[in-house]
Design a protein around this ligand. Sequence first.
Ligand code: PLP
Length: 415
Amino acid sequence: MSEGGDGGPAVRRLDEWDEETLVALAEEYETPLYVVDLRRVEANCTRLLDAFPGADVRYAAKAHTGQSVLRTVREAGLDVECASAGEVERAFEAGFTGDRIQYTAVNPPARDLDLVVERWREHPGLTITVGAADTVDRLRDRGFDGRLCIRANPGVGAGHHEKVQTGANAKFGIPIERVSDLAEPWAAEFDLVGVHAHAGSGISGEDLSEHRELVRRMGDLTRDVESRVGSLEFVDVGGGFGVPYRDDEPPLDLDAVADATREALGEVDATLAVEPGRYVVADAGVLLTRVNTVKEARDATVAGVDAGMTTLLRPAMYDAYHEIRNLSASADAEPMPVTVAGPICESADVLCEHRPLSRPRRGHLLAVGNAGAYGYEMSSTYNSRPRPAEVALSETTVRLARRRETLTDLTELEQ
Ligand SMILES: Cc1ncc(COP(=O)(O)O)c(C=O)c1O
Protein backbone atom coordinates (compact mmCIF):
# COMPACT_ATOMS: atom_id res chain seq x y z
CA MET A 1 0.00 0.00 0.00
CA SER A 2 1.30 3.48 -0.82
CA GLU A 3 1.94 4.84 2.64
CA GLY A 4 4.66 6.94 4.18
CA GLY A 5 7.19 8.93 2.15
CA ASP A 6 6.27 12.31 0.76
CA GLY A 7 2.78 11.12 -0.08
CA GLY A 8 1.90 10.55 3.59
CA PRO A 9 -0.93 8.29 4.72
CA ALA A 10 -3.33 6.79 2.18
CA VAL A 11 -6.32 8.65 3.58
CA ARG A 12 -7.03 11.69 5.70
CA ARG A 13 -10.10 11.13 7.87
CA LEU A 14 -12.38 13.91 9.04
CA ASP A 15 -11.28 13.58 12.66
CA GLU A 16 -7.66 14.15 11.63
CA TRP A 17 -8.41 17.77 10.71
CA ASP A 18 -7.31 20.22 13.38
CA GLU A 19 -10.52 21.19 15.13
CA GLU A 20 -9.24 24.48 16.47
CA THR A 21 -8.18 25.60 13.01
CA LEU A 22 -11.58 24.74 11.54
CA VAL A 23 -13.44 26.56 14.32
CA ALA A 24 -11.24 29.63 13.85
CA LEU A 25 -11.75 29.60 10.08
CA ALA A 26 -15.52 29.44 10.47
CA GLU A 27 -15.37 32.39 12.87
CA GLU A 28 -13.27 34.46 10.51
CA TYR A 29 -14.80 33.60 7.14
CA GLU A 30 -18.31 32.59 8.26
CA THR A 31 -20.27 29.61 6.96
CA PRO A 32 -20.95 27.75 4.80
CA LEU A 33 -17.26 27.57 4.07
CA TYR A 34 -15.14 25.18 2.04
CA VAL A 35 -11.63 24.56 3.32
CA VAL A 36 -9.08 23.00 0.99
CA ASP A 37 -5.71 21.88 2.27
CA LEU A 38 -3.21 22.21 -0.54
CA ARG A 39 -0.64 20.18 1.38
CA ARG A 40 -2.96 17.20 1.15
CA VAL A 41 -3.58 17.83 -2.55
CA GLU A 42 0.17 17.75 -3.09
CA ALA A 43 0.55 14.58 -1.01
CA ASN A 44 -2.19 12.85 -3.00
CA CYS A 45 -0.43 13.79 -6.25
CA THR A 46 2.84 12.41 -4.93
CA ARG A 47 1.23 9.11 -3.98
CA LEU A 48 -0.28 8.78 -7.45
CA LEU A 49 3.02 9.52 -9.16
CA ASP A 50 4.79 7.01 -6.91
CA ALA A 51 2.23 4.29 -7.61
CA PHE A 52 2.30 4.83 -11.38
CA PRO A 53 5.96 5.41 -12.24
CA GLY A 54 6.48 6.14 -15.93
CA ALA A 55 2.77 6.74 -16.47
CA ASP A 56 1.21 10.03 -17.42
CA VAL A 57 -0.99 11.09 -14.49
CA ARG A 58 -3.56 13.67 -15.54
CA TYR A 59 -5.69 15.48 -13.03
CA ALA A 60 -9.38 15.46 -14.03
CA ALA A 61 -9.98 19.13 -13.33
CA LYS A 62 -13.75 18.74 -13.08
CA ALA A 63 -13.34 17.56 -9.48
CA HIS A 64 -12.13 21.01 -8.41
CA THR A 65 -11.12 23.79 -10.79
CA GLY A 66 -9.97 26.31 -8.21
CA GLN A 67 -6.75 28.05 -9.24
CA SER A 68 -5.02 27.14 -5.98
CA VAL A 69 -5.72 23.45 -6.59
CA LEU A 70 -4.76 23.56 -10.27
CA ARG A 71 -1.50 25.30 -9.48
CA THR A 72 -0.66 22.83 -6.74
CA VAL A 73 -1.38 19.92 -9.05
CA ARG A 74 0.74 21.45 -11.82
CA GLU A 75 3.65 22.06 -9.49
CA ALA A 76 3.37 18.50 -8.21
CA GLY A 77 3.96 17.30 -11.78
CA LEU A 78 0.56 16.10 -12.98
CA ASP A 79 -0.89 16.97 -16.36
CA VAL A 80 -4.52 18.00 -16.66
CA GLU A 81 -7.67 16.65 -18.30
CA CYS A 82 -10.32 19.26 -19.06
CA ALA A 83 -13.99 18.63 -19.78
CA SER A 84 -14.81 22.01 -21.31
CA ALA A 85 -13.31 25.09 -22.90
CA GLY A 86 -13.78 26.79 -19.55
CA GLU A 87 -11.62 24.21 -17.84
CA VAL A 88 -9.01 24.57 -20.59
CA GLU A 89 -8.91 28.32 -19.93
CA ARG A 90 -8.54 27.71 -16.21
CA ALA A 91 -5.71 25.27 -16.86
CA PHE A 92 -3.83 27.83 -18.96
CA GLU A 93 -4.44 30.43 -16.28
CA ALA A 94 -2.93 28.07 -13.72
CA GLY A 95 0.23 27.85 -15.83
CA PHE A 96 -0.21 24.51 -17.60
CA THR A 97 1.45 24.56 -21.00
CA GLY A 98 -0.57 23.28 -23.96
CA ASP A 99 1.36 20.01 -24.12
CA ARG A 100 0.14 19.18 -20.60
CA ILE A 101 -3.52 19.79 -21.39
CA GLN A 102 -5.96 17.24 -22.74
CA TYR A 103 -9.41 18.45 -23.66
CA THR A 104 -12.10 15.74 -23.61
CA ALA A 105 -14.96 16.82 -25.85
CA VAL A 106 -18.30 15.46 -24.60
CA ASN A 107 -21.08 16.58 -26.96
CA PRO A 108 -19.12 19.83 -27.27
CA PRO A 109 -20.99 23.07 -27.88
CA ALA A 110 -19.73 25.02 -30.93
CA ARG A 111 -18.40 27.73 -28.68
CA ASP A 112 -16.18 25.21 -26.88
CA LEU A 113 -14.75 23.86 -30.13
CA ASP A 114 -14.14 27.40 -31.47
CA LEU A 115 -12.26 28.34 -28.35
CA VAL A 116 -10.24 25.16 -27.97
CA VAL A 117 -9.21 25.12 -31.64
CA GLU A 118 -8.16 28.76 -31.30
CA ARG A 119 -6.08 27.79 -28.27
CA TRP A 120 -4.61 24.83 -30.17
CA ARG A 121 -3.35 27.20 -32.91
CA GLU A 122 -1.32 29.04 -30.26
CA HIS A 123 -0.44 25.83 -28.39
CA PRO A 124 -0.19 22.93 -30.88
CA GLY A 125 0.82 20.56 -28.09
CA LEU A 126 -2.77 20.53 -26.83
CA THR A 127 -4.61 17.22 -27.30
CA ILE A 128 -8.28 16.89 -28.16
CA THR A 129 -10.14 13.71 -27.26
CA VAL A 130 -13.20 12.95 -29.35
CA GLY A 131 -16.08 10.66 -28.47
CA ALA A 132 -17.94 10.85 -31.79
CA ALA A 133 -17.10 10.85 -35.51
CA ASP A 134 -19.29 13.90 -35.78
CA THR A 135 -16.98 15.80 -33.43
CA VAL A 136 -14.10 14.97 -35.77
CA ASP A 137 -16.07 16.48 -38.66
CA ARG A 138 -16.69 19.61 -36.63
CA LEU A 139 -12.99 19.88 -35.74
CA ARG A 140 -12.02 19.40 -39.40
CA ASP A 141 -14.45 22.19 -40.35
CA ARG A 142 -12.51 24.46 -38.01
CA GLY A 143 -9.17 23.58 -39.59
CA PHE A 144 -7.93 21.35 -36.78
CA ASP A 145 -5.37 18.71 -37.80
CA GLY A 146 -3.46 18.38 -34.55
CA ARG A 147 -3.12 15.88 -31.71
CA LEU A 148 -6.19 13.68 -31.63
CA CYS A 149 -7.20 11.02 -29.12
CA ILE A 150 -10.18 8.70 -29.58
CA ARG A 151 -12.47 8.03 -26.66
CA ALA A 152 -13.78 4.50 -26.77
CA ASN A 153 -16.97 3.32 -25.16
CA PRO A 154 -15.60 0.09 -23.68
CA GLY A 155 -18.97 -1.39 -22.77
CA VAL A 156 -18.07 -1.77 -19.09
CA GLY A 157 -18.84 0.71 -16.37
CA ALA A 158 -17.91 1.01 -12.72
CA GLY A 159 -18.87 3.32 -9.93
CA HIS A 160 -20.54 3.93 -6.62
CA HIS A 161 -23.83 4.97 -8.27
CA GLU A 162 -25.38 4.34 -11.67
CA LYS A 163 -25.21 8.09 -12.38
CA VAL A 164 -21.41 8.05 -12.36
CA GLN A 165 -20.94 4.98 -14.54
CA THR A 166 -19.87 6.23 -17.93
CA GLY A 167 -18.03 3.30 -19.49
CA ALA A 168 -21.12 1.62 -20.91
CA ASN A 169 -23.29 4.72 -21.30
CA ALA A 170 -24.08 5.47 -24.95
CA LYS A 171 -23.43 9.16 -24.35
CA PHE A 172 -19.70 8.65 -23.95
CA GLY A 173 -17.24 7.55 -26.58
CA ILE A 174 -17.27 5.55 -29.76
CA PRO A 175 -18.21 1.86 -29.41
CA ILE A 176 -14.87 0.16 -28.92
CA GLU A 177 -15.41 -2.30 -31.77
CA ARG A 178 -15.58 0.60 -34.27
CA VAL A 179 -12.54 2.53 -33.08
CA SER A 180 -9.80 0.78 -35.08
CA ASP A 181 -11.61 1.25 -38.39
CA LEU A 182 -11.94 4.96 -37.71
CA ALA A 183 -8.38 5.24 -36.44
CA GLU A 184 -6.89 4.38 -39.84
CA PRO A 185 -8.29 7.32 -41.86
CA TRP A 186 -7.97 9.67 -38.90
CA ALA A 187 -4.29 8.77 -38.44
CA ALA A 188 -3.70 9.93 -42.02
CA GLU A 189 -5.41 13.23 -41.39
CA PHE A 190 -4.57 14.07 -37.79
CA ASP A 191 -1.74 13.38 -35.38
CA LEU A 192 -3.41 10.38 -33.76
CA VAL A 193 -1.72 10.17 -30.36
CA GLY A 194 -3.89 8.01 -28.16
CA VAL A 195 -6.98 6.11 -27.18
CA HIS A 196 -9.01 6.75 -24.08
CA ALA A 197 -11.81 5.31 -21.95
CA HIS A 198 -13.25 6.06 -18.54
CA ALA A 199 -15.37 3.48 -16.73
CA GLY A 200 -16.92 5.79 -14.19
CA SER A 201 -16.11 6.79 -10.68
CA GLY A 202 -15.45 4.77 -7.59
CA ILE A 203 -12.93 2.03 -8.41
CA SER A 204 -12.83 0.24 -5.10
CA GLY A 205 -10.06 -1.84 -3.63
CA GLU A 206 -12.48 -4.64 -2.90
CA ASP A 207 -13.37 -5.35 -6.48
CA LEU A 208 -11.13 -4.38 -9.34
CA SER A 209 -12.79 -6.73 -11.83
CA GLU A 210 -14.55 -4.03 -13.85
CA HIS A 211 -11.44 -1.87 -13.90
CA ARG A 212 -9.37 -4.85 -15.05
CA GLU A 213 -11.89 -5.63 -17.76
CA LEU A 214 -11.89 -2.06 -19.06
CA VAL A 215 -8.10 -1.96 -19.11
CA ARG A 216 -7.91 -5.37 -20.78
CA ARG A 217 -10.21 -4.16 -23.56
CA MET A 218 -8.16 -0.98 -23.90
CA GLY A 219 -4.97 -3.04 -24.14
CA ASP A 220 -6.49 -5.08 -26.97
CA LEU A 221 -7.69 -1.92 -28.69
CA THR A 222 -4.28 -0.28 -28.40
CA ARG A 223 -2.53 -3.30 -29.93
CA ASP A 224 -5.03 -3.41 -32.76
CA VAL A 225 -4.73 0.31 -33.50
CA GLU A 226 -0.94 0.18 -33.21
CA SER A 227 -0.80 -2.74 -35.66
CA ARG A 228 -2.72 -0.65 -38.18
CA VAL A 229 -1.35 2.87 -37.77
CA GLY A 230 1.91 2.49 -35.83
CA SER A 231 2.76 3.38 -32.26
CA LEU A 232 0.46 5.51 -30.17
CA GLU A 233 1.82 7.91 -27.61
CA PHE A 234 -0.57 6.89 -24.85
CA VAL A 235 -3.45 4.71 -23.77
CA ASP A 236 -5.54 6.55 -21.22
CA VAL A 237 -7.65 4.29 -19.00
CA GLY A 238 -9.45 7.12 -17.23
CA GLY A 239 -9.95 8.02 -13.60
CA GLY A 240 -12.40 6.79 -11.02
CA PHE A 241 -9.98 5.96 -8.19
CA GLY A 242 -12.25 5.61 -5.19
CA VAL A 243 -11.84 7.31 -1.85
CA PRO A 244 -13.24 6.03 1.46
CA TYR A 245 -16.18 8.30 2.19
CA ARG A 246 -17.05 6.29 5.31
CA ASP A 247 -14.72 6.08 8.26
CA ASP A 248 -14.92 2.29 8.29
CA GLU A 249 -13.99 1.95 4.61
CA PRO A 250 -10.35 1.07 3.93
CA PRO A 251 -8.38 3.36 1.64
CA LEU A 252 -7.73 2.30 -1.91
CA ASP A 253 -4.52 0.31 -2.30
CA LEU A 254 -3.03 2.35 -5.14
CA ASP A 255 -0.17 -0.07 -5.70
CA ALA A 256 -2.65 -2.91 -6.16
CA VAL A 257 -4.64 -0.80 -8.63
CA ALA A 258 -1.44 0.07 -10.49
CA ASP A 259 -0.34 -3.60 -10.62
CA ALA A 260 -3.77 -4.72 -11.82
CA THR A 261 -3.74 -1.97 -14.45
CA ARG A 262 -0.33 -2.89 -15.86
CA GLU A 263 -1.13 -6.58 -15.86
CA ALA A 264 -4.50 -6.12 -17.57
CA LEU A 265 -3.07 -3.74 -20.17
CA GLY A 266 -0.39 -6.18 -21.33
CA GLU A 267 2.39 -5.24 -23.76
CA VAL A 268 1.82 -1.99 -25.63
CA ASP A 269 4.15 0.63 -27.06
CA ALA A 270 1.94 3.41 -25.77
CA THR A 271 2.52 5.00 -22.37
CA LEU A 272 -0.14 4.33 -19.77
CA ALA A 273 -2.15 7.40 -18.76
CA VAL A 274 -4.63 7.72 -15.88
CA GLU A 275 -7.01 10.57 -15.04
CA PRO A 276 -7.87 10.72 -11.36
CA GLY A 277 -9.96 13.65 -10.17
CA ARG A 278 -11.64 12.72 -6.90
CA TYR A 279 -8.56 10.97 -5.52
CA VAL A 280 -6.52 14.16 -5.79
CA VAL A 281 -8.85 16.48 -3.89
CA ALA A 282 -11.61 14.64 -2.00
CA ASP A 283 -9.94 14.22 1.38
CA ALA A 284 -8.17 17.58 1.02
CA GLY A 285 -11.48 19.36 1.51
CA VAL A 286 -13.94 19.95 4.33
CA LEU A 287 -17.21 21.84 4.31
CA LEU A 288 -18.07 23.84 7.43
CA THR A 289 -21.69 24.61 8.15
CA ARG A 290 -23.53 26.08 11.10
CA VAL A 291 -26.76 24.89 12.68
CA ASN A 292 -29.52 27.45 12.11
CA THR A 293 -32.30 25.68 13.86
CA VAL A 294 -33.06 22.40 15.65
CA LYS A 295 -36.44 20.76 15.85
CA GLU A 296 -37.96 17.54 17.01
CA ALA A 297 -39.91 16.17 14.07
CA ARG A 298 -42.25 13.20 14.23
CA ASP A 299 -39.52 10.59 13.87
CA ALA A 300 -36.28 12.54 13.88
CA THR A 301 -34.26 15.31 15.38
CA VAL A 302 -33.63 17.68 12.51
CA ALA A 303 -30.68 20.04 12.52
CA GLY A 304 -31.27 22.73 9.91
CA VAL A 305 -27.92 23.99 8.66
CA ASP A 306 -26.75 26.79 6.36
CA ALA A 307 -25.27 24.42 3.74
CA GLY A 308 -27.53 22.36 1.54
CA MET A 309 -27.75 20.72 -1.84
CA THR A 310 -26.70 23.98 -3.49
CA THR A 311 -23.47 23.90 -1.47
CA LEU A 312 -22.79 20.14 -1.63
CA LEU A 313 -24.90 18.35 -4.20
CA ARG A 314 -23.51 14.83 -3.85
CA PRO A 315 -25.88 13.52 -1.14
CA ALA A 316 -28.96 14.74 -3.05
CA MET A 317 -27.70 13.65 -6.47
CA TYR A 318 -25.97 10.36 -5.72
CA ASP A 319 -27.23 9.48 -2.23
CA ALA A 320 -23.59 10.03 -1.37
CA TYR A 321 -22.39 9.51 2.18
CA HIS A 322 -20.16 12.13 3.82
CA GLU A 323 -18.90 11.88 7.39
CA ILE A 324 -20.25 14.69 9.56
CA ARG A 325 -18.84 15.84 12.89
CA ASN A 326 -20.26 18.26 15.41
CA LEU A 327 -17.24 20.42 16.29
CA SER A 328 -19.11 22.36 18.98
CA ALA A 329 -20.26 19.44 21.12
CA SER A 330 -18.03 18.13 23.87
CA ALA A 331 -16.05 15.05 22.95
CA ASP A 332 -17.92 12.85 25.43
CA ALA A 333 -21.42 13.88 24.26
CA GLU A 334 -23.63 10.85 23.69
CA PRO A 335 -24.40 10.40 19.94
CA MET A 336 -28.04 10.49 18.92
CA PRO A 337 -29.73 9.99 15.54
CA VAL A 338 -29.83 13.30 13.71
CA THR A 339 -31.05 14.35 10.28
CA VAL A 340 -29.03 17.24 8.90
CA ALA A 341 -31.05 19.25 6.40
CA GLY A 342 -30.18 22.29 4.30
CA PRO A 343 -32.13 25.50 3.73
CA ILE A 344 -33.37 24.64 0.22
CA CYS A 345 -37.04 24.02 -0.49
CA GLU A 346 -36.53 20.48 -1.75
CA SER A 347 -37.02 17.25 0.16
CA ALA A 348 -33.76 15.94 -1.33
CA ASP A 349 -31.93 18.72 0.49
CA VAL A 350 -30.61 16.52 3.27
CA LEU A 351 -26.94 15.92 4.07
CA CYS A 352 -27.64 12.84 6.19
CA GLU A 353 -30.58 11.06 7.81
CA HIS A 354 -30.79 9.50 11.27
CA ARG A 355 -27.02 9.69 11.63
CA PRO A 356 -25.47 9.23 15.09
CA LEU A 357 -24.16 12.72 15.95
CA SER A 358 -23.55 14.65 19.15
CA ARG A 359 -26.74 16.53 20.02
CA PRO A 360 -26.81 19.61 17.77
CA ARG A 361 -27.79 23.02 19.15
CA ARG A 362 -28.43 26.27 17.37
CA GLY A 363 -25.07 27.86 16.47
CA HIS A 364 -23.11 24.60 16.56
CA LEU A 365 -20.49 24.12 13.89
CA LEU A 366 -20.57 20.93 11.80
CA ALA A 367 -17.77 19.68 9.58
CA VAL A 368 -18.57 17.59 6.51
CA GLY A 369 -15.69 15.41 5.36
CA ASN A 370 -14.32 14.45 1.97
CA ALA A 371 -15.87 17.53 0.44
CA GLY A 372 -12.93 18.56 -1.74
CA ALA A 373 -14.03 16.76 -4.90
CA TYR A 374 -17.23 17.69 -6.72
CA GLY A 375 -18.12 19.89 -3.75
CA TYR A 376 -17.72 23.56 -4.58
CA GLU A 377 -17.52 22.48 -8.19
CA MET A 378 -21.14 21.27 -8.31
CA SER A 379 -22.52 24.08 -6.21
CA SER A 380 -25.28 26.24 -7.60
CA THR A 381 -27.31 29.31 -6.77
CA TYR A 382 -30.72 27.59 -6.76
CA ASN A 383 -33.16 29.28 -4.36
CA SER A 384 -31.04 32.40 -4.89
CA ARG A 385 -28.43 31.14 -2.46
CA PRO A 386 -25.04 32.69 -3.10
CA ARG A 387 -22.21 30.18 -3.36
CA PRO A 388 -19.96 29.77 -0.30
CA ALA A 389 -16.45 31.06 0.21
CA GLU A 390 -13.40 28.82 0.07
CA VAL A 391 -10.22 29.05 2.07
CA ALA A 392 -6.98 27.40 0.93
CA LEU A 393 -4.42 26.23 3.47
CA SER A 394 -0.77 25.80 2.59
CA GLU A 395 2.42 25.30 4.61
CA THR A 396 2.73 28.98 5.32
CA THR A 397 -0.55 30.67 4.52
CA VAL A 398 -4.29 30.66 5.02
CA ARG A 399 -5.79 32.38 2.02
CA LEU A 400 -9.30 33.25 0.92
CA ALA A 401 -9.23 31.37 -2.38
CA ARG A 402 -12.77 32.32 -3.46
CA ARG A 403 -14.79 35.02 -1.82
CA ARG A 404 -18.36 34.34 -0.82
CA GLU A 405 -20.87 35.27 -3.51
CA THR A 406 -23.25 38.07 -2.69
CA LEU A 407 -26.86 38.72 -3.60
CA THR A 408 -25.55 41.40 -5.94
CA ASP A 409 -23.50 38.76 -7.76
CA LEU A 410 -26.68 36.79 -8.29
CA THR A 411 -28.70 39.58 -9.85
CA GLU A 412 -25.86 41.29 -11.69
CA LEU A 413 -26.41 39.45 -14.97
CA GLU A 414 -30.07 40.25 -15.30
CA GLN A 415 -31.09 42.88 -17.82
C1 PLP B 1 -13.30 11.43 -18.77
C2 PLP B 1 -13.15 11.46 -17.30
N1 PLP B 1 -11.93 11.30 -16.76
C3 PLP B 1 -11.73 11.33 -15.44
C4 PLP B 1 -12.78 11.55 -14.56
C5 PLP B 1 -12.48 11.60 -13.10
O1 PLP B 1 -13.18 10.70 -12.32
P1 PLP B 1 -12.84 10.63 -10.78
O2 PLP B 1 -12.99 11.99 -10.22
O3 PLP B 1 -13.81 9.69 -10.20
O4 PLP B 1 -11.42 10.15 -10.68
C6 PLP B 1 -14.07 11.72 -15.06
C7 PLP B 1 -15.20 11.94 -14.16
O5 PLP B 1 -16.33 12.15 -14.51
C8 PLP B 1 -14.26 11.68 -16.47
O6 PLP B 1 -15.47 11.86 -17.02
